[in-house]
Design a protein around this ligand. Structure first.
Ligand code: ADP
Length: 407
C-alpha cells in the first residue's frame, strides 16, 4: 500500500510517501520520497526541497505562486522528473493528513467525509494558523486524486481522554460549555513516543507511567498513564505551558488585560505572544537553541537568562506532570532540542536526582538513535526517541483504510 502523508504547518508543508508491503512493520521504514515547502511571506517565495530513498535530491524556488499551486507543483515531482518514484498518481492508495484541531468530537483518526471536512472548517477558529491549511490540503488532493480515500489524523485526539479535572480552566463554568478547555497538542508525537518507549523498555504500555518531553520549536510535556494522556502542558491553544522558540508559554493573564488597557489589540498580542516571545523574545537573538548556546559562550547575558528561564519552566512543568501521575517510570526526550541537546537533558535530569534518577553522562553525550540513557541502577529510565510523526500518520492511515475496506 502506498500512502502519501501531508503535514501542513502555518509556514511549512512536509510531505512524504511510504510504501507498506503486507502488514505495518514494527520499526518505522524510511519514506520512499520526502519533501518540504517553506513559505517566506516577506519576499513571496516558496523554497521546495525533495529527496528520494535512492538518494536523488532537488531544491527549487517558486515565486508568487499560491499555496495550492506550490503544493500541486511539488506533488507532480512524485511521478515526474528526476525525483519520480511512482508512474502515476493512481498508484497512491490513500492520503494521511495531520490535522491540528479535532475538538472534542474526534478521539481517533477518521476517513475524511464531508462531515469531517465541515468539522475541520468549524474548528478553524480554534486553530486559525493550521486547520485552514489542513483543509486546503484535503481539498487539493480531492482535485488531483479524485475519490481516493483520505484520513485525518488529529493532533488533539491523543489528549481527548484527559480527565475534566485537568482539562477544565477554572474560569466561569460557561467557558466549558463554549468549548474553552484544555485540548493539548503534539498528540501524534506524544502517542508515537509512548509506544516506542514501551518497545524499548520491553514493557507493556498499560503498566507504564511516562512523561514525554516534546521539545522542538513548539514545546509540550504529556503525562501518560495506561497508554493514555492524563495531563499535558499545552491547553486551549498551543500557546500554553512551557517556554518555546518564539512562544511565551503560560503567562499571567493579567499581563494581557494590562496591555489591552494600554491600547494593544488582539492581533498585536497574538504576534507578541506567538512570534516575539520565548527564547527569541528574551534573548533578542534567535528562537534557535544552538544560536542561544553560541551567544552564551560569547558571554551574552540575555541569552543566558533565556536558557535559564527555559530550563526553570521545563523543570517546574515536569514537577506538575510528575504530581499528576503520582510517580514516573520513564522520562522521554524528543524533537529538535529533546533529541539533540545533551545539555538540556542533563540539566533536567539533574533536577530529578531526588527520584533516584541517574543519567549515564557518556550515553547522554553520545546519543544516537532511540535509546535508554539512564544508568543501570537508575530508579527512573531516561529515553531519547526520534519522533516520527509522519510515520505515525501513515500507520494510522493504513489502519483506517484497512478498517474501511473491511479487511
Ligand atoms: P519543529 O517544532 O519546528 O519541528 P524541531 O523539532 O526541528 O522543530 O526543533 C527545533 C529546535 O531544535 C531548535 O530550537 C533547534 O535549535 C533545536 N536543535 C536542533 N538541533 C540541535 C542541536 N544539535 N543542539 C541543540 N538544539 C538543537
Amino acid at each position: 500500500m502506498k500512502i502519501l502523508v501531508l503535514n501542513a504547518g502555518s509556514s511549512s508543508q512536509k510531505s512524504c510517501l511510504y510504501s507498506i508491503r503486507g502488514t505495518v512493520p514494527e520499526q518505522p521504514p524510511a519514506p520512499v520520497w520526502e519533501a518540504q515547502i517553506d513559505w517566506h511571506s516577506q519576499d513571496d517565495v516558496a523554497t521546495l526541497f525533495v529527496k528520494t530513498e535512492r538518494g536523488e535530491k532537488l531544491a527549487e524556488k517558486l515565486h508568487s505562486a499560491s499555496r495550492p499551486e506550490t503544493l500541486s507543483h511539488l506533488l507532480n515531482m512524485l511521478w515526474q522528473g528526476s525525483t519520480r518514484v511512482i508512474q502515476s498518481p493512481q498508484e497512491i492508495d490513500g492520503v494521511g493528513h495531520r490535522v491540528v484541531h479535532g475538538g472534542r468530537a474526534y478521539r481517533a483518526s477518521v476517513v475524511v467525509t464531508p462531515a469531517v471536512k465541515a468539522a475541520i472548517a468549524r474548528l478553524s477558529s480554534l486553530a486559525p494558523a493550521h486547520n485552514p491549511a489542513n483543509l486546503e490540503g484535503i481539498e487539493l488532493m480531492e482535485q488531483i486524486l479524485g475519490n481516493l480515500p483520505q484520513v485525518a489524523v488529529f493532533d488533539t485526539a491523543f489528549h481527548s481522554h484527559i480527565p475534566d479535572v485537568a482539562a477544565t480552566y477554572p474560569g466561569p463554568y460557561d467557558w466549558l460549555e463554549r468549548g474553552i478547555r484544555r485540548y493539548g497538542f503534539h498528540g501524534i508525537s506524544h502517542q508515537y513516543c509512548a509506544s516506542q518507549a514501551a518497545r524499548i523498555l520491553d514493557r507493556d504500555l498499560a503498566e507504564l507511567r511516562l512523561i514525554v518531553c516534546h521539545l522542538g520549536n513548539g514545546c509540550s510535556l504529556t503525562a501518560i498513564e495506561n497508554g493514555r494522556s492524563i495531563d499535558t502542558t499545552m491547553g486551549f491553544t498551543p500557546l500554553d505551558g512551557l517556554m518555546m522558540g518564539t512562544r511565551s508559554g503560560a503567562v499571567d493573564p493579567g499581563i494581557l488585560i494590562h496591555l489591552m488597557r494600554q491600547g494593544y489589540s488582539a492581533d498585536e498580542l497574538d504576534r507578541l505572544l506567538n512570534r516575539e516571545s520565548g527564547l527569541k523574545g528574551i534573548s533578542g537573538i534567535s528562537h534557535d537553541l544552538r544560536e542561544i548556546e553560541r551567544a552564551i559562550e560569547r558571554g551574552n547575558k540575555r541569552a543566558k537568562l533565556a536558557l535559564d528561564i527555559y530550563l526553570h519552566r521545563l523543570k517546574s512543568c515536569l514537577g506538575a506532570m510528575l504530581m499528576s501521575l503520582g510517580g514516573v517510570d520513564a522520562i522521554v526526550f524528543t524533537a529538535g532540542i529533546g533529541e539533540h541537546s545533551a545539555f538540556v537533558r542533563a540539566a533536567t535530569c539533574e533536577a530529578l536526582g531526588f527520584l533516584g534518577l541517574k543519567l549515564d553522562l557518556a550515553k547522554n553525550e553520545n546519543c544516537t538513535g532511540d535509546r535508554d540513557i539512564a544508568t543501570a541502577e537508575s530508579a527512573v529510565r531516561v529515553l531519547v526517541i526520534h519522533t516520527q510523526e509522519d510515520w505515525a500518520i501513515a500507520r494510522d492511515c493504513w489502519h483506517c483504510l484497512k478498517g474501511s475496506s473491511g479487511s
